[in-house]
Structures are given as C-alpha cells and as structure tokens.
Design a protein around this ligand. Structure first.
Ligand code: G3P
Length: 215
C-alpha cells in the first residue's frame, strides 16, 4: 500500500494528520524548518516524539566528508531518522559510506531517472523525485516517476520511490497508480484528499433524516 508522509515542519499539522491514523512518516527540509520559525532542534524533537515512522532530516553541508559527519550525527538522534542527502557527486560518496554503516538515506533533489539510478546504486533507501518543480517548469514530473518505478522493478532494487514536491491530490492518485512506494505532501493536500462535496451533502442529508426517525 502506498505510504503517506507529510512534507512539513509544522508540528500542529503533523499532530492533526497523525490523529487521523493515516500518517506513515514525515519529510523535512531546511526551507520547511525555516518556515516553522522555530529552532531546528526543538522542531525535530517534537516530530520524532509524535510520529513513529521514517523521519527525513536533511544535511546542510555539501562536501562528502561533512555530509558523512552530519549524517552520522543525525542518524544518532533516533532510530526513525532517515538522513536526507542531496543528489550531487559529493552526495553519492556520502550515501555510499553512510549506507554501508547502516544509515538509511533519502536522496533529495532528484529530477531524472538517471539520478535515481545512481542514488539507488550508491545504497540509498529512498529516492525523492520532485515532481511539482518539474511540472512548474513545463516538464511532466510524473513521467520521471513512471520511469523510475519501471527501472526499479526491473532490478528488484531495495530502494523506495518517494514522490516529493506534490502539489495537489491528482499527483497522489497518479503516483499510487504507478506503484510509487511513498507520497510526501503538504498538509493542505492531505486535507483535500479527505474531502468531497458529495460527502458533505450526503452527511447533511443523513443527519436531517435521522431527526425524522421516531426515537
Ligand atoms: O521536501 C521536498 C519537496 O517535497 C519540496 O517540495 O513544494 O518545495 O517543491 P516543493
């Protein structure tokens, strides 16, 4: 079954989504933590306490040795931490070293199937293709997901396709139809997934009719 992650550092959103019983994990990035306006350490501790599932925390260094050092520190924080590493050649070196040590890696800023192939070969447990950003510039993001899912199936690789930069509920449906392992999305998209006007109309009618039933 497709796993649902929230792509946020907003603790209220995470708490609410977790209470619905459908939240499998959380992805964060420096932009999302900055948006929260809170201290990084506090946000991360709150998320780790709320969700018992993979929590992606991103390194903020670009040199392989620094990424490895930071990745080790992040991984030590909690068993659920997945270290998010950028798709660069330095990143590949860090992925190889850290994954050999048993650290789970989510490779971020993936925009092509070739980048996903390299990240998986380096030992990443997840690849995160950013489909919304591709759509934004007139390229079909979902085509990249289609290619990656097909390629990974051919080789039975132990690397999950984590569809990121999701903008709307249709992205979720398309990703699930293609058999992507994980979708990570803003809270607003998850909320929209729960809604349908016919559900609201139907509920209103049921409640009105219930009042007519002799008690
Ligand atoms: O966290 C990675 C990705 O989901 C970012 O999405 O909306 O900034 O393109 P976005």
């Amino acid at each position: 079954m497709v796993k649902i992650f929230l792509d946020t550092a907003n603790i209220d959103e995470i708490r609410e989504a977790a209470s619905w019983g459908v939240l499998d994990g959380v992805t964060t990035n420096p932009t999302l933590v900055a948006k929260s306006g809170r201290k990084w350490g506090e946000v991360i501790q709150d998320i780790l306490a709320l969700v018992d599932g993979p929590i992606s925390l991103e390194v903020t260094t670009t040199d392989a040795d620094d990424m490895i050092k930071q990745g080790r520190q992040l991984a030590k924080l909690h068993k659920n931490v997945v270290v998010k590493i950028q798709m660069t050649t330095e990143g590949l070196k860090a992925i190889r070293t850290l994954s050999k040590e048993g650290v789970r890696i989510n490779t971020t800023l993936i925009f092509s199937a070739n980048q996903a192939i390299l990240a998986a070969k380096a030992g990443a447990k997840y690849v995160s293709p950013f489909i919304g950003r591709l759509d934004d510039q007139g390229q079909e993001g979902m085509q990249v997901i289609r290619e990656i899912v097909e390629i990974f199936k051919n080789y039975d690789w132990d690397c999950q396709v984590l569809v990121a930069s999701i903008r709307h509920p249709l992205h979720v449906i398309e990703a699930a139809k293609l058999g992507a392992d994980v979708v990570t999305m803003p809270f607003e998209v998850l909320k929209k997934m729960t809604q349908h006007t016919l559900t609201d109309v139907g509920l209103k009618r049921f409640l009105e009719d219930w009042k007519k039933v002799p008690q």
